[in-house]
Design a protein around this ligand. Structure first.
Ligand code: ASP
Length: 454
């Protein structure tokens, strides 16, 4: 059970999380591992402290740290019984003293390495999980605190460390499973890990979901639950489509596609370990715990054919046209090579005999890429575009999906179309200015009827 930052935003949320875990531990599913994020905003605030220190402003950095400290101590005073407060405060003091020394060191040096930043930004999870553990124990729950760094061994790529699944599995057998078997809850942190030498690392922003999925896979969990502040993955962005609704069941493949398209409820890497072990992932709302959320599974035979309309704005399309391409082999390889050399990843691609159209979202190296592409043919670039993805399942086997999409979009100018690469996605490129209208039309086409029915 992973709880995100908004699930531990304040004292009353800590209590809500406790009640949810208590309910789960009384079900017949066995004992939970609880993976906590930092309290909402704390990771950003810690990074801000580090940057302030790196700019040489030690006093301001320490002042900001004091605000973070007070926020945590406020929760402690509100939920921890007086008799246990002193012990917890002295444990939290250790972390805050370390943070203060680190910030002063950074300010003296005027330099912030990725390694130092991880040592600082990873602290929020330690603080929230220590408080939650103390609270659970004060409520006589059979809770055990686990420092994630003893099991989550990673590479030393600070800021985006790569977990060692083999180590995690082996260490979990000693540090996690025996506690669960004895009827205990294991409370630990998302986001952080450590190198084999014990240096703190982080898995990348939003990485707590990934931690939960990795631990779930390591211990062969029945289910990986991501507790957040929405009712699940939605049929479209609810800010755009007020009648967007949660998707009940979705396949791993479609969920990764949606995560990639910015469905912020799930870190894109989360699905990977779950897929490898075929463990269902449930996204569920801490503020609405009785709603079933979204269940992500290997096969969703009863799911809708189209499950969501997603979009990614700020895309750029590049069109290459060349008669040299006619009957020539190796032409595409030359084009891809140029993008590879400039470390720019291509999202969508469509080709005809003499032209290639593709989209990118990182345009940092576009001028150089354009220069090199010009040696292959005529190049034109279009900016301010958006990719719309109609995501679902079995598109290859069902007829009529494309017809419905294009009928719905008859008033919208579509720049590119891509289908065939997977049977779960039909992607279209439209102008940024048309994207909202296009999504509204598509959502009405695929979800209006079922919305009325439900
Ligand atoms: N606290 C970390 C972040 O804000 C990790 C997480 O919450 O997933 O990025």
């Amino acid at each position: 059970m992973k709880f995100g930052g908004t699930s531990v935003a304040d004292a009353s949320r800590f209590k809500d999380v406790f009640n949810i875990v208590l309910g789960a531990s009384r079900s017949d599913k066995g004992m939970p591992v609880i993976v906590l994020s930092a309290m909402t905003g704390v990771t950003n605030a810690l990074i801000d402290c580090a940057n302030t220190a790196a700019n040489g402003n030690a006093a301001a950095a320490l002042e900001k740290l004091e605000t973070i400290k007070q926020r945590h101590y406020q929760v402690v005073t509100e939920i921890i019984p007086d008799s246990s407060q002193e012990l917890l405060i002295s444990a939290l003091d250790v972390d805050f003293n370390r943070l203060s020394v680190l910030l002063q060191g950074i300010a003296y040096l005027g330099e912030l390495s990725k390694r130092s930043l991880d040592a600082i930004s990873g602290c929020g999870e330690l603080l929230s999980s220590k408080i939650f553990s103390a609270y659970a124990i004060s409520q006589e729950a059979p809770a055990v605190f686990l420092d994630a760094r003893t099991v989550m061994i990673t590479s030393d790529d600070y800021g985006k460390a790569v977990p060692n699944m083999k180590e995690l599995t082996a260490k979990s057998k000693k540090e996690i499973t025996p506690h669960l078997q004895k009827g205990k809850w294991v409370i630990t942190q998302g986001f952080i890990g450590a190198t084999a030498d014990g240096v703190t690392t982080t898995l990348g922003r939003g990485g707590s979901d990934y931690t939960a999925s990795l631990i779930g896979a390591a211990i062969n969990a029945d289910e990986i639950q991501i507790w957040t502040d929405v009712d699940g993955m939605m049929t479209a962005d609810p800010r755009l489509i007020p009648d967007a609704r949660p998707i009940a069941t979705v396949t791993f493949q479609a969920a990764s596609e949606l995560a990639y398209f910015g469905a912020k409820v799930l870190h894109p890497l989360t699905i990977k370990p779950a897929v490898e072990k075929n463990i269902p992932v449930r996204i569920i709302n801490t503020l609405n715990p009785t709603s079933p959320g979204t269940l992500i599974v290997e096969r969703a035979d009863n799911g809708e054919t189209v499950c969501a309309i997603a979009c990614k704005k700020g895309q750029t399309a590049i069109f290459i046209e060349s008669a040299k391409m006619l009957m020539a082999s190796g032409f595409l390889a030359q084009i891809f090579n140029i993008f590879a050399r400039h470390e720019t990843s291509i999202d969508l691609i469509t080709t005809s005999e003499v032209s290639v159209s593709l989209t990118v979202d990182n345009t940092d190296k576009l001028p150089q890429i354009e220069e090199e592409l010009k040696q292959l043919g005529d190049v034109s670039v279009m900016q301010d575009l958006a990719i719309i993805a109609v995501v679902g399942r079995n598109f290859r086997a069902e007829s009529g999906i494309a017809a419905r999409i294009f009928k719905a979009l008859s008033s919208i100018n579509v720049t590119m179309i891509s289908h065939g690469a997977s049977s779960i996605n039909i992607s279209l490129v439209v102008s940024n200015k048309d994207v909202e209208q296009a999504i509204k039309l598509l959502h009405a086409e695929f979800f209006a009827l079922t919305a009325v029915r439900s």
